[in-house]
Design a protein around this ligand. Structure first.
Ligand code: GTP
Ligand code: MG
Length: 171
């Protein structure tokens, strides 16, 4: 049969935002793990969609590991950026990390699609995806296709819509 196109994706966002939970949900059920622990450094994962085979660099979001991210920017053909929509105190930190990403020479002039997950939408005090996109000033991203989806990674809600969008940007 036809071989699926291989795509490298960077999964970025602060610690505890839900990156590993999201990637785990996108894997086939027989490859999913039950116990998700904070990522140390990064982990390489794979999942497939109808036309693509994604290799994901699931980066740790902990402060002490965030300086690793930039070493993989060159590799990334797409970015998944995850935000904990209920973590209002650290929204400004998430914005700083996003701005660092967007201004990095390995990212700045490339038309890489960025998929944002406004995750943890199930929590009572979660901000809407519209509010998250305002706080992160996403409308200022003019030179890259981007999309934001509200998600609940524990239940797996909102993830497929995002991945469908990402696939459309690449195929
Ligand atoms: P690091 O690896 O440390 O960068 O964190 P991470 O972004 O990979 O977060 P992880 O997937 O480990 O999830 C952190 C915690 O948030 C876990 O306890 C998850 O079960 C929980 N979590 C993830 N997504 C959701 C969600 O949509 N809703 C709720 N309520 N909890 C979530
Ligand atoms: Mg993780």
């Amino acid at each position: 049969g036809l071989k699926k196109k291989e795509v490298n994706v960077l999964c970025l966002g602060l610690d505890n935002s839900g990156k590993t939970t999201i990637i785990n949900q996108l894997k086939p059920s027989n490859a999913q793990t039950q116990d998700i622990v904070p990522t140390i450094g990064f982990s390489i994962e794979k999942f497939k969609t109808s036309s693509l085979c994604f290799t994901v660099f699931d980066m740790s979001g902990q402060g002490r590991y965030r300086n690793l991210w930039e070493h993989y920017f060159k590799e990334g053909q797409a970015i998944i950026f995850v935000i904990d929509s209920s973590d209002k105190l650290r929204m400004v930190v998430a914005k700083e990390e996003l701005d660092t990403l967007l201004n990095h020479p390995d990212v700045k002039h490339r038309r890489i699609p960025i998929l944002f997950f406004a995750n943890k939408m199930d929590l009572k005090d979660a901000l809407s995806s519209v509010k998250v996109s305002q706080l992160l000033c996403l409308e200022n991203i003019k030179d890259k296709p981007w999309h934001i989806c509200a998600s609940d990674a524990v239940k797996g809600e909102g993830l497929q819509e995002g991945v469908d969008w990402l696939q459309d940007q690449i195929k």
